[in-house]
Design a protein. Structure first.
Length: 183
């Protein structure tokens, strides 16, 4: 994802230029007057960003899981939870009930990893067991803050996507000839 520098969200984590563009009210302003092709392109761009944000959030959550496990391990004493159990355990929270799409470009995956590393700074390169308690807590706090900001952006991108998708569905109902043949 080669774009402009990210803008900061209220939670302090970086927002991608694509998210900023999609979440700008101008992105959906007057969408009823857009051509069906332009509407489809904007819907597809929102979908791409949704997939990216979902992946980014999962990268953050995976690192959160590891750091929270390290915190729990330190608090629990001599009988730690194996790391494999932490990484394969159930994740709390729901989904929209749709099929998982794995069409994230490799460039976006690398960008997500780099963004999470940047959130942690030097601590990203340190094994959790080698962090002192303060650095561990700072890492947990940074990831918690980022996860909330990413989730908020993701929720808003979903709203934009769904709004554009509803307009397309209405147009397709009104004029089935607008439905692309390659669906």
């Amino acid at each position: 994802m080669t774009e402009q520098p990210p803008e900061m969200t209220t939670a302090g984590s970086a927002r991608s230029a694509r998210s900023a563009r999609i979440l700008d009210p101008a992105f959906v302003e007057g969408f009823q007057d857009l051509s069906t092709d332009e509407l489809r392109a904007r819907r597809d761009e929102a979908r791409e960003e949704l997939e990216y944000l979902s992946y980014l959030r999962r990268v953050v959550q995976t690192r959160q899981d590891v750091l929270h496990a390290e915190r729990a391990l330190r608090d629990a004493g001599p009988f730690p939870t194996p790391l494999a159990e932490v990484l394969t355990g159930p994740r709390q929270g729901g989904s929209r009930g749709e099929a998982v799409r794995l069409s994230i470009p490799a460039e976006d995956m690398a960008d997500a990893e780099a963004r999470v590393d940047a959130m942690l700074g030097e601590r990203a390169l340190t094994l959790p067991k080698n962090l002192d308690d303060e650095a561990l807590q700072q890492s947990i706090d940074a990831l918690d803050q980022a996860e909330h900001a990413i989730s908020a952006d993701r929720t808003e991108v979903i709203r934009v996507h769904d709004r554009l998708q509803e307009e397309l569905k209405e147009r397709y109902r009104d004029d089935p000839s607008q439905i692309p043949s390659e669906i």
